[in-house]
Design a protein around this ligand. Structure first.
Ligand code: BG6
Length: 460
């Protein structure tokens, strides 16, 4: 007989966003510039200046989340809003905004989760220090983080440091770490990654020592990789990617040291990254209360396409292959709820630390006719299948899962500043180059999700 699939009473259901994709208000109340604020718009993307103006509309947005029966909202505290140049004076007006939004969440029974860095390096530190290439930036980030933790630890019980920390171990690092100059070498990638891990270790050690009741997790972008065929070289390539991009981080978060296979590769290839005496001791202070991740899709690797000598961190730049067993989104992302279950189950089995999917969703092209709710059946199917798969991981495989947060469930511009790639169950009435009225309009999926969460997800 099938056991009960009743969800834990304290399970977190919620939404997840970053500052630059949501807040707007890029130049008011003393905010400093981040690298994103100076990225120009293109014909098909907007700039980052207005986003969905949540800075001014947070009360309305939180009302929507409350009506959806959500009990968690993951926001980011923007470094350049709180410390405009990254390492100088504190901007009290910036902190005051986060006071307002956090208090407004708590008033509605919504637990905040705070992320401390989501790609938007203060421009001043990008220019003077080349972002996380410099240990000065690490110290400045640790200072900022401690300040924010001290300010909010009485109200915010869940924290993460770096959004999708494993992206700092791929060549995406050069877009998200404030790196403005250099040859984008493998050694630079390893240096920046190591610096961000040192920052994470110091921040998590501080939080645990100072606020024992507060939790902090490491986070990765989970795009698990399948071998394109049963050919041993495809299987080996997939193993290497999964080890470098997932296990290396999760092992560090849980056990306080890098993965053996990765360190062997570093020694064998003499990767000359900035590694100093005492760094191991800092890393060893790491301890994670939960393992967080984003999950949208799985990928497939064909080893024949990877040039000899490529570092495993870069394999996916060459070896990606289509997976004929999956349907795809409008942007070609493979829809794979079973992969979601496999990832959750495997992650929990390895470390027996609670796992937490804090981003999931589907980007779709949608046009509102000005009257009727958008019919987004594809989104309903996507979330239904992923929630069911997560429940399979919990109730069939025994994984401990803390919650499920969707990404951008009130529409926000995508990571390329493209509002036409929408993840929301609530439509925001703007296009890339026309802010219109920014009205929030529930889609069909809003009513569906509300009815699911009303029953704590028990019926899926
Ligand atoms: C995650 C990022 O990788 O995916 C977000 O944390 C991003 O910033 C989200 O928006 C969805 O990706 P995209 O490219 O569709 O916006």
């Amino acid at each position: 007989m099938e056991g009960s699939r009743k969800m834990p009473k304290d399970f977190f259901w919620g939404n997840s966003v970053s500052s630059m994709q949501t807040e707007g208000a890029w130049n008011i109340d003393g905010k400093g510039l981040s690298v994103y604020d100076v990225r120009p718009a293109t014909a098909t993307t907007s700039d980052w200046h207005d986003a969905i103006d949540e800075y001014h509309r947070y009360d309305e947005d939180l009302d929507w989340l409350q009506r959806l029966h959500m009990n968690m909202y993951r926001i980011q505290v923007s470094w350049s809003r709180v410390i405009p140049d990254g390492d100088g004076e504190v901007n009290q007006a910036g902190l005051a905004f986060y006071d307002r939004i956090v208090d407004a969440m708590l008033k509605r029974g919504i637990q905040p989760m705070i992320c401390l860095y989501h790609f938007d390096m203060p421009l001043a530190l990008a220019k003077s220090e080349n972002g996380f290439m410099s240990r000065h930036t690490v110290a400045a980030f640790v200072r900022f983080s401690k300040l924010v933790i001290d300010h909010f630890a009485d109200r915010v019980k869940y924290w993460i440091t770096f959004n999708e920390h494993n992206l700092y171990f791929t060549d995406e690092v050069f877009n998200i770490s404030g790196y403005l100059t250099g040859d984008k070498t493998t050694a630079d990638m390893y240096t920046i990654f190591h610096h961000t891990m040192l920052a994470h270790a110091q921040i998590s050690a501080y939080l645990h020592a100072t606020y024992p009741a507060v939790q902090i997790g490491g986070m990765v972008a989970a795009t698990p990789v399948y071998p394109a065929t049963a050919k041993p070289n495809d299987v080996l390539a997939a193993q290497q990617i999964n080890q470098f991009l997932y296990q290396n981080l999760n092992e560090a978060f849980v056990e306080g040291h890098y993965d053996h296979q990765v360190m062997t590769y570093v020694a064998e290839h003499q990767i000359d990254y900035d590694h100093q005496t005492g760094d191991e001791a800092i890393l060893s202070q790491m301890h994670t209360d939960f393992l967080a991740f984003s999950y949208y899709q799985t990928l497939t690797i064909n080893a024949d396409l990877i040039p000899a000598g490529t570092v495993p961190n870069d394999y996916l730049n060459f070896g990606g292959a289509a997976n004929r067993f999956l349907s795809t989104t409008d942007w070609g992302w493979g829809i794979d709820p079973t992969g979601f279950r496999t990832f959750i189950t495997d992650l929990y089995n390895r470390y027996q630390v609670p796992v937490f999917p804090i981003e999931n969703g589907i980007g779709c092209r949608e046009v509102w006719d000005g009257k009727n709710p958008i019919t987004d059946d594809q989104r309903i199917a996507y979330h239904a299948e992923h929630i069911k798969a997560m429940k399979d991981a919990m109730f069939i495989d025994g994984a401990k899962v803390l919650g499920y947060l969707g990404w951008g469930l009130i529409d926000i511009p995508s990571s390329h500043a493209d509002i036409e790639k929408r993840y929301g169950v609530i439509y925001v009435n703007r296009s890339n180059h026309d802010l219109k009225d920014l009205q929030r309009v529930p889609k069909k999926s809003y009513y569906w999700l509300k009815s699911v969460l009303e029953k704590n997800g028990d019926e899926l």
